[in-house]
Design a protein around this ligand. Sequence first.
Ligand SMILES: Cc1cc2nc3c(=O)[nH]c(=O)nc-3n(C[C@H](O)[C@H](O)[C@H](O)COP(=O)(O)O)c2cc1C
Length: 185
Amino acid sequence: MDADSFRRALGTFPSGVTIVTTTDADGEAWGITASAFCSVSLSPPLVLFCPAVSARSHDLLRGAERYAINVLRPEHRTLALRFATAGADKFARAGFRTESGVPVLSSALATLVCRASARYDAGDHSILVGEVESVHVQEGLPLLYFDREFRELSPAPLLAPPGRVDRYRDRPLLDADGADGSHAA
Ligand SMILES: Cc1cc2nc3c(=O)[nH]c(=O)nc-3n(C[C@H](O)[C@H](O)[C@H](O)COP(=O)(O)O)c2cc1C
């Protein structure tokens, strides 16, 4: 497998976008844009994210006792770029407040304040598992990242739960052989 095929394969998998933030011993705020975030456990409530070892914030995030994972909205796309730029003045006029000692983006779709739970080496990244201590959730839709571009979610669900209108019911489905299949009842 060559590196380009690997990247293209990963590019087929869409994700949300977060800004992960923490504060150093001098009270200075640090943060990076990270799409490598996912849920891990409900009880206890655990999530993980993966900072690159090459990121300037890596050692600080890896050593942090507490950090906040801020889930972004489409309106945050330029903020996402700013937090993906090493050396940028990341926190200027961005609307962060301090909560439990870490910077929290007030307009985030959701914020999960985490206490560090486990740290693992994983190639050129670290896997940082955090126990979620508190959350804020607001109404809205998330910013998406797909095929190296920011995207927006269609507000219509693809397959509605029972009792709700499935707006896509006339779309074709593929069965296990890749042929057209009939729509499930
Ligand atoms: C949409 C998007 C997602 C990203 N996801 C990650 C990620 O999950 N982990 C990571 O280490 N870097 C990720 N990056 C890159 C970092 O944000 C970028 O390297 C940043 O400069 C690191 O900041 P620092 O070097 O100042 O610490 C992502 C960038 C973008 C634009």
